[in-house]
Design a protein around this ligand. Structure first.
Ligand SMILES: [Zn+2]
Length: 435
């Protein structure tokens, strides 16, 4: 295995150092290192972060391979600086049994670009009526710790209570897609002035906030871990802030798109901006940014949701919800949070690597860059700024809302377990990664 000597990288928001990567781990971090036979990387001007970890990715396999596969989604992840992703359960068949989660886990292993952690469904078939085989998935080779019906809400309070109780036994977490189904029937856009003007059925903030409030109280009652997926409203931030003050074991994520885009983008009727939960108002965006900055929102998760062109290149009402996000996440976080002075690169390491690994209980990820840590490293050039084009997309689908926007930052190198998956800004071919 090649060893690497990364020279003069800036470690997060801290000092410059050399990093020697060898044998799959960080062999040494220090100043003025030398390493015989190592490939030397001049990292002057680059920021080194622990490999990014996504708690919320849709890899679409099995069942929807025209949109994405475990391999293509892993490539998109590596291109975005990720070394681990959690693959959501809304595949076909649904990932609600040990057999399906192990299949996804093994597809991830053989792809070799990132660690693929399958998320197990909370309810059988995502139907919301009876619990899936949570214990069997936890005991499987994939060792599932995150369970979610994402795409759908676990709306029945008794099923939610039982799920929270069940996963306590193996330190699991229920990740809730908070959306009251009755309050969002036929919903197409954030309920408000823009939706009214455009004639689109509204998705009200209260449909998210009511479920979050209920589930926070259930988590407190049961004494279990709750994670809120893609929180998107100012009111949701307030609820999580209240819960944390009260000592309830709740964590929350926001997506990059809810940090940057608003419902004003919908005026184009371009279905690339159609997503669930919907793009909200600029006041919501500001509240979500502040929630990340003050630690109320624990992590950024992409909700990478690939769709084939025919599902997006159509009229608004018929288009699918969702946007790809793995390749653009770091740039959007830099644009909305770092370049605005709200957080620094150490915070980026925390919200995109350390804490998501901790919530997902992923042992080999999210380590700070120190001697002996696993060789999972992302090197980015924060000074690079470019128009985001489809060239940046490494997955199968092109439904990115950022095409044509100028965004800062670029992933120059990604190392997964000591091997380069991105080399000088270029994705390493599959035969070299899997070798
Ligand atoms: Zn969701």
């Amino acid at each position: 295995m090649t060893s690497y000597l990364i020279r003069e990288a800036t470690i997060g928001a801290g000092d410059r150092a050399d990093i020697h990567v060898s044998g799959g781990v960080i062999a040494e971090v220090g100043v003025g290192l030398s390493a015989n036979g190592a490939t030397v990387i001049d990292a002057d001007g680059l920021v080194a972060l622990p490999g990014l970890v996504d708690l919320h990715t849709h890899l679409r396999q099995p069942g929807y391979e025209a949109s994405e596969t475990v391999l293509s989604g892993s490539q998109a992840a590596a291109a975005g600086g990720f070394t681990a992703v959690h693959a959501m359960a809304n595949t076909f068949p649904v990932a609600d049994s040990a057999g399906v989660v192990d299949e996804i886990y093994h597809l991830g292993r053989s792809a070799g670009y990132v660690e693929v952690r399958p998320v197990g469904a909370v309810t059988a078939g995502l139907e919301g009526t009876r619990l899936a085989e949570l214990g069997a998935m936890a005991r499987s080779e994939a060792a599932v710790r995150v369970f979610s019906d994402d795409g759908k809400c676990v709306s029945d309070p008794l099923i939610m209570r039982r799920a929270l109780e069940y996963v306590r036994g193996f330190d699991g977490v229920i990740a809730q897609h908070a959306q009251d189904p009755r309050l969002t029937e036929g919903a197409q856009a954030n309920e408000g002035a823009v939706a009214s003007e455009l004639g689109l059925t509204g998705w009200p903030s209260v449909a998210e906030e009511a479920i979050i409030a209920r589930d926070i109280l259930l988590a407190e009652h049961v004494g279990s871990r709750l994670h809120i997926c893609h929180l998107s409203t100012a009111g949701s931030v307030e609820l999580v802030r209240w819960a944390k003050k009260r000592g309830i074991r709740v964590t929350a994520e926001a997506t990059p798109h809810h940090l940057l885009l608003t419902d004003e983008n919908l005026r184009s009727y371009d279905a690339r901006f159609k997503v669930n939960p919907p793009l909200r108002t600029s006041e919501d965006v500001q509240a979500v940014r502040e929630g990340v900055a003050d630690g109320t929102i624990d992590i950024i998760a992409t909700d990478h949701a690939p769709h084939p062109i025919e599902s997006k290149d159509c009229e608004w009402a018929a288009a699918a919800f969702g946007m790809v996000g793995l390749e653009s996440a770091l740039s959007v976080v830099q644009e909305s949070l770092v370049n605005t002075g709200m957080i620094d690169w150490d915070d980026v390491a925390r919200i995109l690597s350390v804490t998501p690994a901790s919530i997902g209980r992923v042992a080999g990820q999210g380590h700070s860059l120190a001697t002996g840590a696993p060789g999972n490293i992302t090197l980015i050039d924060p000074a690079a700024a470019s128009v985001f084009t489809t060239d940046r997309l490494a997955g199968k689908s092109g439904n990115s809302p950022y095409i044509g926007l100028t965004l800062p930052g670029r992933v120059e190198w990604t190392f997964f377990r000591g091997r380069a998956t991105v080399s000088s800004g270029t994705l390493v071919p599959v035969d070299e990664v899997a070798a």
